[in-house]
Design a binder for this molecule. Sequence first.
Ligand code: ADP
Length: 319
Amino acid sequence: MKTIGLLTSGGDAPGMNAAIRSVVRTSIYNNARIIGIKQGYNGLLNGEMEEMKLSSVADIIHRGGTMLLSARCDEFKTEEGLSKALNIISVFGIDGLVILGGDGTFRGAKNLHNGGVPVVCIPCTIDNDMGYTDYTIGFMTAVETAVDAIGKIRDTSTSHGRANIVEVMGRGCGDIALYSGIAGGAESIIVPEVDFDIDEVCKRVIQGKNRGKLHHIIALAEGVGNAYEVAEEIEEKTGTETRVTILGHIQRGGSPTVFDRIMASKMGNKAVELLLEGKSGRALGTKCNKIIDVDLDEALNTEREFDIELYNIGKILSI
Ligand code: ADP
C-alpha cells in the first residue's frame, strides 16, 4: 500500500477534520502518499484530487465541517458511475481508500470494496444512528450544541411561563434528543423509538405548573413528526403557551468537542493501520470505549438498539 485516497461524503459532522488530520499524518508517518479527494464520490468521479502534506492539515483539528468538502452523488450509485470510479482510482494509482461518512457513504464504499479496491470506513454523523457502533463522530458536539440551546431557551421560557419544544436532529434516531434532554434537564423527551402519549406530556406540564415551575422544556427528535402539531395539542390541552424551536443545521457545525477530536484521531490512525495491514471492507467503531473494526456488511446490517435504560432514567429525573 503506497498511495491512500481519502474522502468525506454525505452529511458533514464536526470531527471530520480531526479524522482527516489523523489519516494524513499517520499515512505520511508510515511513508505512504495520501491523496485528498474533494466533494466525496463526486470529486472521485471528476478526478478532483491532490496530494496532501503534513502542512495540509495544520490548524484544522478544532474546525467544524470538512476541509475536503462533502457532496451527494447520484451518479456514483449507478453501475456506470461505479466503473468510472474504479477506473479513476486505478488511473491515479490509488491503492486503497479511507472513507468518512454515514450509512449511505458506507454503501458506496462497499461497492468499491466489491470492485476490488481496499476500503476502510470511519462513521461520521451527528445522528449516532449506526447500530454496529456505540458512537459516531460528531454526535457529542451536536449534543453540546443542543444542550447549550436548551439552556438559553429555558431562560426565556421561564420569564414568560411558557412551554417550549426544542426539535433536534437525528433522522430516525432519538439519541440527540435523549442525551441533550437529560443533560439539559428537559422535562419531557420524545423520541421515535418509544411511543409517546401526549396526555402524559400534558400531565407533566400541568403538574410542573402546579408545583410552581415556570418553564417546561420538551426535547423532541425530528423523527417523531411535526413539532408544531405537538405544540398545538399541548397548548389546547394545558392552556400553557407552547413555542417551538427547531435547531436545524446549527447542530452540524461548530468546533468539535474534545471527545469527538479524540475519537476521530484514534479512528483515523486505525483506518490507515488497517489498510497498511492489507485489510479491506472494514468499518471502524467503538464498543465500550474500545475501537473496533467490523465487516462492512455487519456495519450496514446491525440494527441500532435504543438505550431504553437511559430513557427511563431521564423519565425518573424529570418528574
Ligand atoms: P450519509 O453517508 O450521510 O448517510 P447519503 O445517504 O446522502 O449520506 O450518502 C452519501 C453518498 O453515498 C450518496 O450521495 C451516494 O453517492 C453514496 N451512496 C448512498 N447510498 C448508496 C448506495 N446504496 N449505493 C452506492 N452509493 C451510495
